[in-house]
Structure formats: structure tokens, C-alpha cells
Design a protein around this ligand. Structure first.
Ligand code: ADP
Ligand code: ASP
Ligand code: MG
Length: 436
């Protein structure tokens, strides 16, 4: 069971989570995110330090500390437990204050941002102790490790996690941190924003769990982005492939990589709402779902790169040369379309953009469009018949479609549009495809 930031964002919510995890006797591992707002605050602190603003960073640290001091007073009633929590907070905030005096580095910023999950799990553990709920707090930093490609490997995570679990053969309830991990150098690292979902899926796969429950602030995956579109509806069932596409292409409810561990180990995933625990939510499993469009997601911050060369005409090996440039700069490609003399690709990170363009220019003329959005339409066998494609184009007559990807997979049609038209596109597709 994984609980996100808002699910533990208030002391009363933490009390609710304690009730949820003890509502049945099944053995379980509970993965917690940081309290909502904390990771953003910690990233702000790291950013202030990176630009040498120690006074600004200190102010931010002090205000976060004050918030937590209020938090524990509402979370805990026992004086012994309150004292324990004060001690925990003092330790973590002392660490942040020490960091203020050290010269900034990327590795240090990872230490800063890890404090959120370390604090939330310790405070929740103290609350469970107060309520006499028997449990063990496991340190994710001791089993959630990345390989030399900065990827988690289930096999090695399993070996280490099992070593810890086997020390407590009669224990039914374990608690651990999401998001945080160690990299191959042994430094504290993380699984990127929203990474607690990924932790949960990795833990479920490593422990061979019967189910992986992701508890959040909405009743399952909706058919469209509820932050952008007014009327959205929850989806009862999705296949792993459909859910993975939606997560990768912007459905924030799931971390982009969080589906593959569960999928590989055939562990069903359920998306549930902490605020409405009896709502059906979404079941994600191997089972294929009914045919047709299920949902739409949008991924922002996309750059489209077009490489045009008459040397591509009837030539082989051209695309390999293009792809090698992206491989060299470890930049994944999301969408691709080709014509006989040109190829367009999209990337979601511009870190190496200048270098990539420079190298691509040796292959042909290069043009770049930034501030684009990928709109991803997901469903079961939607690219088999032309009707979905027709409906999509019918609703998007007034939109400047930059690229279309169709036929790459039976359950995904993606289009690239300028970011400024995203809201309009999502809204029009909501009406055209779902009648909402
Ligand atoms: P948590 O802190 O529990 O991990 P997140 O904020 O990461 O929660 O994810 C839940 C949020 O994802 C929802 O509140 C919702 O605004 C957003 N979201 C974006 N797209 C979707 C979607 N298709 N279905 C459901 N929620 C979505
Ligand atoms: N706390 C981390 C974040 O805000 C991880 C998570 O919430 O899943 O990104
Ligand atoms: Mg999240």
C-alpha cells in the first residue's frame, strides 16, 4: 500500500491511513511519500543553496521546521511520543542547518530532498507506536539501490529486501520510504518526482505481493486530466499497457516508470482514494479491457526536432546515425515521424539540446520547435480501425497539429501540438471522444 503526499498531508490524514492499513489482517508493506509540499520546499532550499542564497535557504528551512512542529502536536497526544517526534525533527533540521554551511553539490541536493520521506515515515511510525500498532520501519536506503545506468534492478532489490523481511518472520506490517534510494556510488539518490509510486511497484514486485495499491487523492485514473478539463470520469479497468502509456505520457496520478515492475511480475495495481476508501478506483492488470478509447493524457515541455536531408532519399543507415546522436547524449525519443527526406523526433529534456543540434547539423538541416505538448489517446485496439482517428481529426480541425504518431502500438495514438493549445485540445477531445 502506497500513500501519496496529500494522503498524509495533515495529521488527521495520517490517522486515517493508520486505520486503513489496519482494517484487515493481511500482511503488508506500506510505502509513504513525503508530506505534501515538503519535497517542493526541499527542492527550493536546494535551489537557493545552489545559487549561494544561504539566508533565503535558512528562512525556508526554519519555516518548514515550524510547520512540522505544529504537525506533530496534532498528530500525537502522548507526551513520550511527542518528545520522540521533537527529537526526530531536531535531528533532521540540524542536518539541514549543517548542510547550509557546506559548499553545494548535486549529491548534497539529493540528501536534502530525501529528508521528506525520511521524516514522514519516522513520524508515522511514532504515531503507530502510540496507537500500539505493531510494525517495523525498514530503511529504503538499505534495499532500494540503482545500478550503473541509474536504473533499479528488481533482482538485487529483492535479495536485499528479503534479507530485511526475513529478520522478522512473524511481523505482519512493514513501513518504508518511497522515492529515496542509493545510486551505484552509494550516495543518497531518488527515483525522480512522483517516484514513490515507482518504489511501491518495485517493492511489490520484489516481495511478490498479491496486489500493489496506490492510494492518492482521487478515485482512480480518470479519462482526462482533471487539472485541465472540467468534466472527467474514473476508469474502472485498464491493462498494464494502457496504464503505462498514460503514466508515461503525463497522467500525473502514476509515475512514468511505475507500471513495468508490476507488469513484469504480474502483480495487479489498484488506484484508490484515501478520502473515499470505498470508491471502486481503477484496477490495472494483464487482462485486456473492452475495445475503444479509454483516456487522454498530455505531456508538456516537449521539443520537436526536424532533420532534413536529401541524402536520406533511398539511403539506408541515415536513421541509425540520427539515433546515435540521441543515444550519445542519453536523451530518449518519445515520438517519431518520417518522410522520404526528413525525420521529426520529440524529446522531453533539453539538457543536451545544443550539443544534439550541433551534431545533427552534420547530417542535414535542422529545425527545432520548443514548447510543444504530446497529447496521447489511449485505449484498446484504437489504431485498428479508422474511426478513432477520424473522430480525433474531426474534433481538432482548428488545431495546428505538428506531428501524428499512429500505428506504433494498437493502444496509442499521439499527436503533437503547441503547448498554448493543450487545454483546448484536451477539452475538445473530451467532448468528441467521450461526449463530456
Ligand atoms: P500523490 O501525492 O498521491 O502521489 P499526485 O498528485 O502525484 O498524488 O497524483 C494525483 C493527482 O494526479 C490527482 O490529484 C490529479 O490532479 C492528477 N491527475 C492527472 N491526470 C490524471 C488522471 N488522468 N487521472 C487521475 N488523476 C490525474
Ligand atoms: N515526495 C516525492 C515527490 O514529491 C515523491 C512522491 O511524492 O512520490 O516527488
Ligand atoms: Mg504522485
Amino acid at each position: 500500500m502506497k500513500f501519496g503526499g496529500t494522503s498524509i498531508g495533515k495529521p488527521q490524514r495520517m490517522h486515517g491511513v493508520a486505520r486503513l492499513i489496519t482494517s484487515d489482517p493481511e500482511p503488508k508493506i506500506v510505502v509513504l511519500s513525503a508530506v505534501s509540499g515538503t519535497t517542493n520546499a526541499l527542492l527550493d532550499i536546494a535551489a537557493l543553496l545552489a545559487k549561494g542564497d544561504r539566508i533565503g535557504a535558512k528562512e525556508r528551512i526554519d519555516s518548514l521546521e515550524q510547520q512540522y512542529n505544529f504537525f506533530i502536536k496534532e498528530l500525537l497526544t502522548g507526551s513520550k511520543e511527542l518528545e520522540h517526534a521533537e527529537h526526530v525533527l531536531a535531528e533532521h533540521f540540524e542536518f539541514l542547518n549543517i548542510i547550509l554551511k557546506i559548499s553545494y553539490s548535486e549529491a548534497l541536493s539529493k540528501d536534502i530532498v530525501a529528508q521528506g520521506e525520511l521524516i514522514s515515515t519516522k513520524l508515522f511510525s511514532i504515531y503507530l507506536q502510540q496507537e500500539k500498532i505493531d510494525h517495523i520501519l525498514l530503511a529504503a536506503l538499505e534495499f532500494m539501490h540503482l545500478d550503473s545506468n541509474d536504473e533499479p534492478q528488481i533482482g538485487s532489490i529483492r535479495v536485499k529486501l528479503m534479507q530485511h523481511l526475513q529478520q522478522f518472520p512473524d511481523q505482519k506490517l512493514f513501513l518504508t520510504q518511497g522515492f529515496v534510494c542509493r545510486n551505484v556510488r552509494g550516495e543518497v539518490d531518488n527515483l525522480r518526482r512522483g517516484g514513490s509510486d515507482y518504489s511501491a511497484s518495485l517493492v511489490a514486485a520484489a516481495a511478490n505481493a498479491s496486489i500493489c495499491e496506490i492510494w492518492t487523492d482521487i478515485s482512480g485514473m480518470h479519462n482526462n486530466d482533471p487539472r485541465v478539463v472540467d468534466k472527467t470520469i474514473p476508469i474502472e479497468q485498464l491493462s498494464f499497457d494502457e496504464a503505462a502509456e498514460l503514466a508515461y505520457f503525463g497522467a500525473k496520478i502514476l509515475h512514468p516508470a511505475s507500471i513495468w515492475p508490476a507488469q513484469q511480475h504480474q502483480i495487479p495495481v489498484k488506484l484508490l482514494n484515501t478520502l473515499e476508501p470505498n470508491a471502486a478506483g481503477t484496477l490495472i492488470s494483464q487482462q485486456s479491457t473492452s475495445k475503444g478509447v479509454k483516456a487522454i493524457a498530455a505531456k508538456d515541455g516537449i521539443t520537436a526536432i526536424n532533420i532534413k536531408s536529401s541524402r536520406m532519399l533511398l539511403a539506408y543507415g541515415f536513421l541509425r546515425k540520427v539515433f546515435e546522436v540521441f543515444e550519445k547524449y542519453r536523451t530518449p525519443i518519445d515520438m517519431i515521424t518520417t518522410s522520404e527526406v526528413a525525420v521529426s523526433v520529440t524529446i522531453d529534456t533539453s539538457t543536451a539540446l545544443k550539443k544534439i543540434i550541433k551534431e545533427l547539423e552534420s547530417l542535414g538541416s535542422v529545425t527545432v520547435d520548443q514548447h510543444q505538448t504530446i497529447i496521447c489517446i489511449v485505449g484498446n485496439e484504437i489504431s485498428g480501425d479508422g474511426s478513432t482517428l477520424k473522430k480525433i481529426f474531426d474534433c481538432l480541425r482548428s488545431i495546428d497539429i505538428r506531428m501524428v504518431s499512429y500505428g506504433g502500438s494498437a493502444h496509442n495514438i499521439s499527436i503533437l501540438v503547441p503547448a498554448t493549445q493543450k487545454k483546448q485540445v484536451l477539452q475538445q477531445l473530451n467532448t468528441g471522444l467521450f461526449g463530456l
